[in-house]
Write a protein that binds this ligand. Structure first.
Ligand SMILES: [Zn+2]
Length: 565
Protein backbone atom coordinates (compact mmCIF):
# COMPACT_ATOMS: atom_id res chain seq x y z
CA UNK A 1 0.00 0.00 0.00
CA UNK A 2 1.38 3.39 -0.95
CA UNK A 3 0.64 6.01 1.63
CA UNK A 4 -0.16 9.50 0.38
CA UNK A 5 2.48 10.74 2.79
CA UNK A 6 5.12 9.60 0.30
CA UNK A 7 3.97 12.40 -1.97
CA UNK A 8 5.03 15.15 0.33
CA UNK A 9 8.09 13.60 1.96
CA UNK A 10 10.84 16.22 1.65
CA UNK A 11 13.26 15.20 -1.07
CA UNK A 12 16.73 15.26 0.35
CA UNK A 13 19.95 15.81 -1.48
CA UNK A 14 18.55 17.85 -4.37
CA UNK A 15 19.68 21.21 -3.14
CA UNK A 16 16.57 23.41 -2.81
CA UNK A 17 13.57 21.74 -1.19
CA UNK A 18 10.80 21.35 -3.75
CA UNK A 19 7.43 21.99 -2.19
CA UNK A 20 4.60 20.05 -3.75
CA UNK A 21 1.04 21.54 -3.64
CA UNK A 22 0.17 19.14 -0.87
CA UNK A 23 3.02 20.43 1.22
CA UNK A 24 1.85 24.03 1.05
CA UNK A 25 -1.72 23.06 1.89
CA UNK A 26 -3.34 24.30 5.09
CA UNK A 27 -2.73 22.39 8.26
CA UNK A 28 -5.91 21.40 10.08
CA UNK A 29 -4.89 23.80 12.83
CA UNK A 30 -4.72 26.78 10.50
CA UNK A 31 -7.87 25.74 8.70
CA UNK A 32 -10.01 25.28 11.78
CA UNK A 33 -9.17 27.72 14.55
CA UNK A 34 -9.20 31.06 12.71
CA UNK A 35 -12.41 30.00 10.96
CA UNK A 36 -14.00 29.02 14.27
CA UNK A 37 -12.96 32.38 15.70
CA UNK A 38 -14.58 34.27 12.82
CA UNK A 39 -17.79 32.25 13.07
CA UNK A 40 -17.93 32.78 16.83
CA UNK A 41 -17.47 36.55 16.52
CA UNK A 42 -18.86 37.76 13.19
CA UNK A 43 -21.35 34.91 12.84
CA UNK A 44 -23.05 35.72 16.14
CA UNK A 45 -23.65 39.45 16.00
CA UNK A 46 -27.36 39.04 16.99
CA UNK A 47 -26.31 36.99 20.03
CA UNK A 48 -23.73 39.55 21.14
CA UNK A 49 -26.28 42.34 20.69
CA UNK A 50 -28.77 40.46 22.86
CA UNK A 51 -26.25 39.71 25.60
CA UNK A 52 -24.91 43.27 25.57
CA UNK A 53 -28.44 44.64 25.95
CA UNK A 54 -29.21 42.57 29.05
CA UNK A 55 -29.35 44.18 32.48
CA UNK A 56 -26.07 44.04 34.33
CA UNK A 57 -22.94 46.02 35.10
CA UNK A 58 -20.31 46.64 32.43
CA UNK A 59 -18.03 44.15 34.19
CA UNK A 60 -20.67 41.41 34.28
CA UNK A 61 -21.54 41.95 30.64
CA UNK A 62 -17.86 41.83 29.65
CA UNK A 63 -17.40 38.53 31.51
CA UNK A 64 -20.50 37.11 29.83
CA UNK A 65 -19.42 38.22 26.38
CA UNK A 66 -15.87 36.93 26.81
CA UNK A 67 -16.97 33.65 28.39
CA UNK A 68 -19.68 32.96 25.85
CA UNK A 69 -17.34 33.99 23.01
CA UNK A 70 -14.60 31.57 24.08
CA UNK A 71 -17.18 28.86 24.66
CA UNK A 72 -18.63 29.23 21.17
CA UNK A 73 -15.12 29.40 19.70
CA UNK A 74 -14.06 26.14 21.38
CA UNK A 75 -17.27 24.30 20.52
CA UNK A 76 -17.18 25.46 16.90
CA UNK A 77 -13.52 24.44 16.59
CA UNK A 78 -14.39 20.99 17.96
CA UNK A 79 -17.21 20.70 15.43
CA UNK A 80 -15.00 21.80 12.53
CA UNK A 81 -12.23 19.43 13.68
CA UNK A 82 -14.65 16.55 13.10
CA UNK A 83 -14.82 17.59 9.45
CA UNK A 84 -11.16 18.16 8.60
CA UNK A 85 -10.89 15.49 5.94
CA UNK A 86 -9.39 16.24 2.52
CA UNK A 87 -12.22 16.71 -0.05
CA UNK A 88 -14.93 16.82 2.63
CA UNK A 89 -13.70 19.78 4.64
CA UNK A 90 -14.09 22.62 2.18
CA UNK A 91 -17.68 21.88 1.08
CA UNK A 92 -18.84 21.06 4.63
CA UNK A 93 -17.20 24.12 6.17
CA UNK A 94 -18.66 26.30 3.39
CA UNK A 95 -22.16 25.03 4.17
CA UNK A 96 -21.67 25.90 7.85
CA UNK A 97 -20.42 29.37 6.94
CA UNK A 98 -23.38 30.03 4.62
CA UNK A 99 -25.87 28.70 7.15
CA UNK A 100 -24.35 31.04 9.73
CA UNK A 101 -24.67 33.99 7.35
CA UNK A 102 -28.32 33.27 6.46
CA UNK A 103 -29.18 32.71 10.13
CA UNK A 104 -27.58 36.03 11.01
CA UNK A 105 -29.72 37.80 8.42
CA UNK A 106 -33.02 36.34 9.62
CA UNK A 107 -32.12 36.88 13.27
CA UNK A 108 -31.27 40.51 12.64
CA UNK A 109 -34.28 41.16 10.41
CA UNK A 110 -37.01 39.30 12.25
CA UNK A 111 -35.67 38.36 15.68
CA UNK A 112 -35.94 34.70 14.61
CA UNK A 113 -34.11 31.92 16.42
CA UNK A 114 -33.14 28.53 15.00
CA UNK A 115 -34.68 25.48 16.64
CA UNK A 116 -35.80 22.11 15.20
CA UNK A 117 -39.30 23.31 14.24
CA UNK A 118 -37.91 26.41 12.58
CA UNK A 119 -35.62 24.19 10.53
CA UNK A 120 -38.54 21.91 9.68
CA UNK A 121 -40.29 25.03 8.36
CA UNK A 122 -37.30 25.89 6.23
CA UNK A 123 -37.16 22.39 4.80
CA UNK A 124 -40.87 22.47 3.92
CA UNK A 125 -41.00 25.97 2.52
CA UNK A 126 -41.88 26.75 -1.07
CA UNK A 127 -40.81 29.24 -3.72
CA UNK A 128 -43.57 31.72 -2.81
CA UNK A 129 -42.52 31.91 0.82
CA UNK A 130 -38.87 32.22 -0.09
CA UNK A 131 -39.62 35.04 -2.51
CA UNK A 132 -41.51 36.92 0.21
CA UNK A 133 -38.49 36.71 2.50
CA UNK A 134 -35.88 37.92 0.04
CA UNK A 135 -34.74 41.45 0.70
CA UNK A 136 -31.86 43.67 -0.48
CA UNK A 137 -30.19 43.29 2.91
CA UNK A 138 -29.85 39.52 2.47
CA UNK A 139 -26.95 39.37 -0.04
CA UNK A 140 -25.27 42.19 1.86
CA UNK A 141 -25.32 40.34 5.20
CA UNK A 142 -24.35 37.06 3.58
CA UNK A 143 -21.37 38.68 1.89
CA UNK A 144 -20.32 40.43 5.07
CA UNK A 145 -20.49 37.31 7.23
CA UNK A 146 -19.47 34.65 4.72
CA UNK A 147 -17.08 36.45 2.37
CA UNK A 148 -13.87 36.32 4.39
CA UNK A 149 -14.26 32.77 5.76
CA UNK A 150 -15.15 31.38 2.32
CA UNK A 151 -11.98 32.95 0.98
CA UNK A 152 -10.05 31.43 3.88
CA UNK A 153 -11.53 27.98 3.26
CA UNK A 154 -10.96 27.92 -0.49
CA UNK A 155 -7.65 29.73 -0.85
CA UNK A 156 -5.65 26.57 -0.16
CA UNK A 157 -6.51 22.90 -0.12
CA UNK A 158 -6.04 20.93 3.04
CA UNK A 159 -2.64 19.35 3.46
CA UNK A 160 -3.14 15.65 2.81
CA UNK A 161 -1.83 13.08 5.24
CA UNK A 162 -2.01 9.46 5.95
CA UNK A 163 -5.51 8.76 7.23
CA UNK A 164 -4.22 7.47 10.53
CA UNK A 165 -2.26 10.64 11.19
CA UNK A 166 -5.27 12.66 10.06
CA UNK A 167 -7.57 10.82 12.45
CA UNK A 168 -5.18 11.47 15.30
CA UNK A 169 -4.94 15.17 14.52
CA UNK A 170 -8.70 15.53 14.13
CA UNK A 171 -9.28 13.78 17.44
CA UNK A 172 -6.72 16.10 19.00
CA UNK A 173 -8.54 19.11 17.54
CA UNK A 174 -11.90 17.91 18.86
CA UNK A 175 -10.39 17.26 22.29
CA UNK A 176 -8.74 20.68 22.43
CA UNK A 177 -11.96 22.41 21.33
CA UNK A 178 -13.93 20.58 24.00
CA UNK A 179 -11.26 21.31 26.58
CA UNK A 180 -11.54 25.04 25.88
CA UNK A 181 -15.32 24.78 26.13
CA UNK A 182 -15.27 22.88 29.42
CA UNK A 183 -12.63 25.11 31.00
CA UNK A 184 -14.48 28.29 30.09
CA UNK A 185 -17.77 26.80 31.24
CA UNK A 186 -16.24 25.91 34.61
CA UNK A 187 -14.58 29.30 35.04
CA UNK A 188 -17.70 31.31 34.23
CA UNK A 189 -20.24 28.76 35.44
CA UNK A 190 -22.06 31.11 37.78
CA UNK A 191 -22.65 33.77 35.16
CA UNK A 192 -23.36 31.52 32.20
CA UNK A 193 -25.68 29.17 34.06
CA UNK A 194 -27.93 31.95 35.28
CA UNK A 195 -27.86 33.57 31.83
CA UNK A 196 -29.00 30.36 30.14
CA UNK A 197 -31.61 29.69 32.81
CA UNK A 198 -33.14 33.13 32.50
CA UNK A 199 -32.86 33.44 28.73
CA UNK A 200 -33.43 29.96 27.37
CA UNK A 201 -33.89 31.22 23.83
CA UNK A 202 -30.24 32.33 23.71
CA UNK A 203 -29.16 28.74 23.09
CA UNK A 204 -31.04 28.84 19.78
CA UNK A 205 -29.11 31.97 18.81
CA UNK A 206 -25.65 30.38 18.79
CA UNK A 207 -24.56 30.05 15.16
CA UNK A 208 -23.84 27.63 13.60
CA UNK A 209 -24.27 25.16 16.50
CA UNK A 210 -28.02 25.87 16.65
CA UNK A 211 -28.47 24.64 13.06
CA UNK A 212 -26.34 21.53 13.57
CA UNK A 213 -28.34 20.72 16.70
CA UNK A 214 -31.66 21.37 14.93
CA UNK A 215 -30.68 19.24 11.93
CA UNK A 216 -29.58 16.36 14.16
CA UNK A 217 -32.77 16.54 16.23
CA UNK A 218 -34.93 16.74 13.14
CA UNK A 219 -33.23 13.79 11.47
CA UNK A 220 -33.38 11.68 14.62
CA UNK A 221 -37.04 12.60 15.02
CA UNK A 222 -38.25 12.28 11.44
CA UNK A 223 -36.38 9.34 9.96
CA UNK A 224 -37.77 6.56 12.18
CA UNK A 225 -41.30 7.95 11.80
CA UNK A 226 -41.18 8.14 8.03
CA UNK A 227 -41.11 4.38 7.76
CA UNK A 228 -43.67 3.75 10.48
CA UNK A 229 -47.32 3.62 9.40
CA UNK A 230 -49.71 6.01 11.16
CA UNK A 231 -51.69 4.48 13.98
CA UNK A 232 -55.39 4.33 13.16
CA UNK A 233 -57.74 6.54 15.16
CA UNK A 234 -61.46 6.07 15.80
CA UNK A 235 -61.85 2.72 14.07
CA UNK A 236 -65.30 2.52 15.66
CA UNK A 237 -66.40 5.86 14.14
CA UNK A 238 -69.95 5.93 12.82
CA UNK A 239 -72.68 8.50 12.21
CA UNK A 240 -75.05 9.26 15.07
CA UNK A 241 -78.83 9.19 15.29
CA UNK A 242 -79.27 12.63 13.70
CA UNK A 243 -78.44 11.11 10.30
CA UNK A 244 -81.38 8.69 10.33
CA UNK A 245 -84.07 10.04 7.99
CA UNK A 246 -82.33 13.42 7.79
CA UNK A 247 -84.11 16.11 5.77
CA UNK A 248 -80.83 17.67 4.67
CA UNK A 249 -77.20 16.64 5.09
CA UNK A 250 -74.95 18.79 7.28
CA UNK A 251 -72.19 20.86 5.64
CA UNK A 252 -69.43 22.21 7.83
CA UNK A 253 -66.74 24.55 6.52
CA UNK A 254 -63.63 24.51 8.66
CA UNK A 255 -61.44 27.50 7.81
CA UNK A 256 -57.82 27.12 8.91
CA UNK A 257 -56.60 30.69 9.18
CA UNK A 258 -53.02 31.82 8.77
CA UNK A 259 -51.01 34.10 11.05
CA UNK A 260 -54.05 35.97 12.41
CA UNK A 261 -53.46 37.07 15.99
CA UNK A 262 -56.15 37.72 18.57
CA UNK A 263 -54.72 41.13 19.47
CA UNK A 264 -55.69 42.63 16.08
CA UNK A 265 -59.06 40.89 15.81
CA UNK A 266 -61.87 43.44 15.93
CA UNK A 267 -64.38 41.03 17.49
CA UNK A 268 -61.98 40.33 20.37
CA UNK A 269 -61.71 43.94 21.44
CA UNK A 270 -59.13 45.45 19.09
CA UNK A 271 -59.64 49.20 18.85
CA UNK A 272 -59.72 49.22 15.03
CA UNK A 273 -62.60 47.82 12.99
CA UNK A 274 -60.70 44.95 11.35
CA UNK A 275 -63.73 42.63 11.32
CA UNK A 276 -66.73 44.77 10.31
CA UNK A 277 -68.49 42.06 8.29
CA UNK A 278 -68.18 39.44 11.03
CA UNK A 279 -69.49 42.03 13.47
CA UNK A 280 -72.67 42.24 11.35
CA UNK A 281 -73.04 38.45 11.39
CA UNK A 282 -72.48 38.51 15.15
CA UNK A 283 -75.20 41.14 15.54
CA UNK A 284 -77.61 38.89 13.65
CA UNK A 285 -77.13 36.33 16.41
CA UNK A 286 -75.79 33.13 14.85
CA UNK A 287 -72.06 33.91 14.92
CA UNK A 288 -70.02 33.53 18.11
CA UNK A 289 -66.50 34.85 18.67
CA UNK A 290 -64.22 33.05 21.13
CA UNK A 291 -61.85 35.57 22.62
CA UNK A 292 -59.46 33.40 24.66
CA UNK A 293 -57.99 30.82 22.33
CA UNK A 294 -54.47 29.44 22.61
CA UNK A 295 -52.69 28.01 19.58
CA UNK A 296 -50.86 24.68 19.68
CA UNK A 297 -47.69 25.91 18.01
CA UNK A 298 -46.10 29.12 16.82
CA UNK A 299 -45.78 28.00 13.21
CA UNK A 300 -47.85 26.31 10.52
CA UNK A 301 -45.71 23.19 10.56
CA UNK A 302 -46.68 22.43 14.16
CA UNK A 303 -50.11 24.02 14.45
CA UNK A 304 -51.88 22.65 11.39
CA UNK A 305 -51.25 18.95 12.15
CA UNK A 306 -51.93 19.65 15.83
CA UNK A 307 -55.33 21.21 15.03
CA UNK A 308 -56.43 17.92 13.49
CA UNK A 309 -54.63 15.63 15.93
CA UNK A 310 -56.56 13.46 18.40
CA UNK A 311 -53.83 14.34 20.92
CA UNK A 312 -53.82 17.49 22.99
CA UNK A 313 -50.73 19.66 22.98
CA UNK A 314 -49.76 18.22 26.37
CA UNK A 315 -50.14 14.69 25.03
CA UNK A 316 -47.80 15.40 22.12
CA UNK A 317 -50.15 16.85 19.51
CA UNK A 318 -47.39 19.33 18.70
CA UNK A 319 -44.98 16.54 17.76
CA UNK A 320 -44.65 14.82 14.39
CA UNK A 321 -47.92 12.95 13.84
CA UNK A 322 -47.88 9.25 14.66
CA UNK A 323 -51.66 8.95 14.49
CA UNK A 324 -54.32 9.47 11.88
CA UNK A 325 -56.25 12.70 12.27
CA UNK A 326 -59.72 14.24 12.38
CA UNK A 327 -60.17 14.02 8.60
CA UNK A 328 -59.47 10.28 8.63
CA UNK A 329 -62.08 9.77 11.35
CA UNK A 330 -64.71 11.87 9.53
CA UNK A 331 -64.08 9.94 6.32
CA UNK A 332 -64.17 6.60 8.13
CA UNK A 333 -67.56 7.53 9.60
CA UNK A 334 -68.85 7.89 6.03
CA UNK A 335 -68.79 11.65 5.46
CA UNK A 336 -67.43 13.38 2.37
CA UNK A 337 -64.25 15.33 3.18
CA UNK A 338 -62.47 17.87 0.98
CA UNK A 339 -59.35 19.96 1.66
CA UNK A 340 -58.89 23.13 -0.37
CA UNK A 341 -55.52 24.77 -0.07
CA UNK A 342 -54.46 28.33 -0.79
CA UNK A 343 -51.09 27.90 0.86
CA UNK A 344 -48.01 25.73 0.96
CA UNK A 345 -49.97 22.50 1.49
CA UNK A 346 -51.69 20.64 4.29
CA UNK A 347 -48.56 19.36 6.11
CA UNK A 348 -49.65 15.76 5.66
CA UNK A 349 -53.11 16.26 7.17
CA UNK A 350 -55.06 15.79 3.92
CA UNK A 351 -52.95 12.98 2.41
CA UNK A 352 -55.72 10.38 2.63
CA UNK A 353 -58.74 12.53 1.72
CA UNK A 354 -59.67 14.37 -1.50
CA UNK A 355 -57.73 17.61 -1.77
CA UNK A 356 -57.10 20.38 -4.26
CA UNK A 357 -55.05 23.55 -4.46
CA UNK A 358 -55.94 26.95 -5.83
CA UNK A 359 -52.67 26.95 -7.73
CA UNK A 360 -54.32 24.93 -10.47
CA UNK A 361 -56.88 27.69 -11.03
CA UNK A 362 -54.90 30.61 -12.44
CA UNK A 363 -57.90 32.91 -12.17
CA UNK A 364 -57.35 36.31 -13.77
CA UNK A 365 -57.47 39.12 -11.20
CA UNK A 366 -57.42 36.65 -8.28
CA UNK A 367 -54.23 34.71 -8.98
CA UNK A 368 -50.87 35.98 -10.20
CA UNK A 369 -47.35 34.55 -10.13
CA UNK A 370 -48.61 31.24 -8.77
CA UNK A 371 -50.25 32.96 -5.81
CA UNK A 372 -53.97 33.58 -5.21
CA UNK A 373 -55.98 35.78 -2.90
CA UNK A 374 -58.07 33.72 -0.48
CA UNK A 375 -61.25 34.39 -2.48
CA UNK A 376 -59.93 31.82 -4.96
CA UNK A 377 -60.98 29.16 -2.43
CA UNK A 378 -64.62 30.04 -3.15
CA UNK A 379 -64.37 29.77 -6.92
CA UNK A 380 -66.31 26.86 -8.36
CA UNK A 381 -67.13 25.53 -4.91
CA UNK A 382 -70.49 24.06 -5.97
CA UNK A 383 -68.80 22.09 -8.74
CA UNK A 384 -66.08 20.87 -6.40
CA UNK A 385 -68.64 19.59 -3.92
CA UNK A 386 -70.74 18.06 -6.69
CA UNK A 387 -67.67 16.10 -7.74
CA UNK A 388 -67.35 14.37 -4.34
CA UNK A 389 -68.56 10.80 -3.83
CA UNK A 390 -72.38 11.11 -4.06
CA UNK A 391 -73.14 8.54 -1.35
CA UNK A 392 -70.89 10.26 1.15
CA UNK A 393 -72.12 13.70 0.11
CA UNK A 394 -75.70 12.64 0.76
CA UNK A 395 -74.72 11.90 4.36
CA UNK A 396 -72.78 15.08 5.01
CA UNK A 397 -69.77 17.19 4.01
CA UNK A 398 -66.79 18.64 5.86
CA UNK A 399 -64.88 21.16 3.76
CA UNK A 400 -61.55 22.50 4.97
CA UNK A 401 -60.25 25.75 3.53
CA UNK A 402 -56.61 26.53 4.26
CA UNK A 403 -56.09 30.25 3.94
CA UNK A 404 -53.12 32.38 2.95
CA UNK A 405 -54.53 34.78 5.55
CA UNK A 406 -51.94 37.17 6.96
CA UNK A 407 -48.85 35.26 5.93
CA UNK A 408 -45.84 37.57 6.25
CA UNK A 409 -43.65 39.35 5.78
CA UNK A 410 -45.34 40.54 2.56
CA UNK A 411 -48.66 41.39 4.27
CA UNK A 412 -49.48 43.92 1.57
CA UNK A 413 -49.66 41.12 -1.00
CA UNK A 414 -52.45 39.28 0.80
CA UNK A 415 -55.36 41.27 -0.63
CA UNK A 416 -56.31 43.19 -3.79
CA UNK A 417 -55.88 46.97 -3.91
CA UNK A 418 -59.60 47.64 -3.34
CA UNK A 419 -59.53 45.84 0.03
CA UNK A 420 -57.04 48.01 1.88
CA UNK A 421 -58.96 50.16 4.38
CA UNK A 422 -55.89 51.08 6.46
CA UNK A 423 -53.48 53.51 4.80
CA UNK A 424 -50.63 54.11 4.25
CA UNK A 425 -49.31 50.58 4.48
CA UNK A 426 -45.82 49.12 4.57
CA UNK A 427 -45.03 47.42 1.28
CA UNK A 428 -41.48 46.31 2.09
CA UNK A 429 -40.61 42.88 3.42
CA UNK A 430 -37.77 44.40 5.41
CA UNK A 431 -40.19 44.91 8.28
CA UNK A 432 -37.78 46.61 10.64
CA UNK A 433 -37.43 49.43 8.10
CA UNK A 434 -41.16 50.16 7.99
CA UNK A 435 -42.71 52.74 10.27
CA UNK A 436 -44.47 50.82 13.05
CA UNK A 437 -47.92 52.20 12.21
CA UNK A 438 -47.53 51.38 8.50
CA UNK A 439 -46.57 47.84 9.37
CA UNK A 440 -49.68 47.50 11.53
CA UNK A 441 -51.75 48.98 8.70
CA UNK A 442 -50.47 46.36 6.27
CA UNK A 443 -51.16 43.58 8.76
CA UNK A 444 -54.61 44.93 9.64
CA UNK A 445 -55.48 45.08 5.94
CA UNK A 446 -54.78 41.36 5.72
CA UNK A 447 -57.04 40.74 8.74
CA UNK A 448 -59.76 42.88 7.17
CA UNK A 449 -59.45 40.81 4.02
CA UNK A 450 -59.87 37.62 6.05
CA UNK A 451 -63.02 39.26 7.44
CA UNK A 452 -64.19 39.83 3.86
CA UNK A 453 -63.31 36.26 2.87
CA UNK A 454 -65.20 34.80 5.84
CA UNK A 455 -68.14 37.08 4.98
CA UNK A 456 -68.21 35.66 1.43
CA UNK A 457 -67.97 32.14 2.82
CA UNK A 458 -70.83 32.76 5.25
CA UNK A 459 -72.99 34.20 2.46
CA UNK A 460 -72.38 31.08 0.41
CA UNK A 461 -73.24 28.89 3.42
CA UNK A 462 -76.37 30.94 4.11
CA UNK A 463 -77.45 30.45 0.49
CA UNK A 464 -76.95 26.68 0.77
CA UNK A 465 -79.12 26.71 3.88
CA UNK A 466 -81.78 29.00 2.40
CA UNK A 467 -82.07 26.78 -0.65
CA UNK A 468 -82.62 23.80 1.62
CA UNK A 469 -79.60 21.91 0.32
CA UNK A 470 -77.60 21.61 3.52
CA UNK A 471 -77.68 22.44 7.22
CA UNK A 472 -74.58 24.61 7.24
CA UNK A 473 -72.00 25.75 9.74
CA UNK A 474 -68.57 27.33 9.93
CA UNK A 475 -65.65 27.08 12.32
CA UNK A 476 -62.75 29.45 11.76
CA UNK A 477 -59.52 29.31 13.74
CA UNK A 478 -56.07 30.74 13.02
CA UNK A 479 -53.02 28.49 13.20
CA UNK A 480 -50.80 30.86 15.22
CA UNK A 481 -50.25 34.57 15.76
CA UNK A 482 -47.56 37.03 14.70
CA UNK A 483 -45.09 39.49 16.17
CA UNK A 484 -45.18 42.94 14.61
CA UNK A 485 -42.06 44.45 16.12
CA UNK A 486 -42.98 44.13 19.82
CA UNK A 487 -39.64 43.59 21.66
CA UNK A 488 -37.97 43.76 18.24
CA UNK A 489 -39.60 40.48 17.23
CA UNK A 490 -41.13 39.97 13.81
CA UNK A 491 -43.03 37.12 12.15
CA UNK A 492 -43.55 33.97 14.25
CA UNK A 493 -42.02 30.61 15.08
CA UNK A 494 -40.30 31.32 18.38
CA UNK A 495 -40.01 28.22 20.55
CA UNK A 496 -43.37 27.91 22.31
CA UNK A 497 -42.00 28.17 25.85
CA UNK A 498 -40.83 31.74 25.34
CA UNK A 499 -43.09 32.90 22.53
CA UNK A 500 -45.00 36.10 23.34
CA UNK A 501 -48.82 36.11 23.51
CA UNK A 502 -48.91 37.78 20.11
CA UNK A 503 -47.70 34.52 18.58
CA UNK A 504 -49.88 32.10 20.56
CA UNK A 505 -53.26 33.83 21.02
CA UNK A 506 -55.47 33.39 18.00
CA UNK A 507 -58.98 34.32 16.87
CA UNK A 508 -61.70 31.69 16.56
CA UNK A 509 -65.33 32.08 15.47
CA UNK A 510 -68.19 29.73 14.74
CA UNK A 511 -71.43 30.28 12.89
CA UNK A 512 -74.34 27.83 12.82
CA UNK A 513 -77.34 28.10 10.52
CA UNK A 514 -80.75 27.71 12.12
CA UNK A 515 -80.98 24.24 10.58
CA UNK A 516 -77.67 23.09 12.04
CA UNK A 517 -78.54 24.54 15.46
CA UNK A 518 -81.78 22.60 15.39
CA UNK A 519 -80.29 19.34 14.21
CA UNK A 520 -77.27 19.43 16.58
CA UNK A 521 -79.14 20.88 19.53
CA UNK A 522 -76.37 23.48 19.90
CA UNK A 523 -77.71 27.01 20.34
CA UNK A 524 -75.65 30.04 19.37
CA UNK A 525 -77.10 31.94 22.34
CA UNK A 526 -75.71 29.37 24.72
CA UNK A 527 -72.32 29.38 23.00
CA UNK A 528 -72.18 33.16 23.27
CA UNK A 529 -72.49 32.97 27.04
CA UNK A 530 -69.35 30.83 27.11
CA UNK A 531 -67.43 32.74 24.48
CA UNK A 532 -64.82 34.09 26.90
CA UNK A 533 -63.83 30.79 28.47
CA UNK A 534 -60.28 29.58 27.80
CA UNK A 535 -60.09 27.35 24.74
CA UNK A 536 -57.26 26.03 22.59
CA UNK A 537 -56.47 24.08 19.46
CA UNK A 538 -56.95 20.99 21.64
CA UNK A 539 -60.71 21.56 21.31
CA UNK A 540 -60.97 21.43 17.52
CA UNK A 541 -60.74 17.65 17.00
CA UNK A 542 -63.46 16.87 19.55
CA UNK A 543 -65.68 19.83 18.70
CA UNK A 544 -65.93 18.93 15.01
CA UNK A 545 -66.72 15.29 15.85
CA UNK A 546 -69.37 16.48 18.30
CA UNK A 547 -70.97 19.02 15.98
CA UNK A 548 -71.02 16.53 13.09
CA UNK A 549 -72.50 13.85 15.41
CA UNK A 550 -69.73 11.34 14.68
CA UNK A 551 -69.84 8.67 17.37
CA UNK A 552 -66.52 7.20 18.49
CA UNK A 553 -64.75 6.31 21.69
CA UNK A 554 -61.97 8.84 20.96
CA UNK A 555 -64.42 11.76 21.26
CA UNK A 556 -63.81 13.51 24.58
CA UNK A 557 -66.87 15.56 25.55
CA UNK A 558 -64.76 17.66 27.94
CA UNK A 559 -62.84 19.05 24.94
CA UNK A 560 -65.95 19.58 22.78
CA UNK A 561 -66.67 23.31 22.86
CA UNK A 562 -70.24 22.75 21.55
CA UNK A 563 -71.02 20.09 24.13
CA UNK A 564 -72.21 22.23 27.04
CA UNK A 565 -74.81 23.78 24.70
ZN1 LIG B 1 -49.01 29.49 9.76
Amino acid sequence: MIFPSVLWAPQRGTGAVRRTPAAIGQTPWRAVWPLACWLALAGNVPLWQRVAALDGSVGQTAVLLAGLGLLVWGATAALLSLMVWPFAYRPLASVLVLVTAFNTHFMLQYGAVIDPTMLANVVQTDAREVRDLLSPALPFTVLLVAGVPLWWIWRRPLRSRHWLAQTGRNAGGVALGLLVTVLVALLTYQNLASLMRNHKDLRYMINPLNSVYAATRLAADQLPRQVKALQPVGEDAHLGASYAQQARPPLLVLVVGETARAQNWGLSGYARPTTPALARWQAQGDLVNFSQVQSCGTNTQVSVPCLFSPLTRAQGGDQTAEHENLLDVLQRAGLAVLWLDNQSGCKGVCDRVPHASTRELNLPGVCADGECFDEALLQGLDERIAALDPQRRARGVVLVMHQMGSHGPAYSRREPANHKPFQPECTSNTLSECAADQLVNAYDNSIAYTDHFLDQTLQWLQTQADQGRYDTGLLYVSDHGESLGENNLYLHGLPYAFAPDQQTRVPMVTWLSAGLQQRSGVSADCLRQQAARPLSHDHVFHSVLGLMDVQTAVHQPALDLYRPC
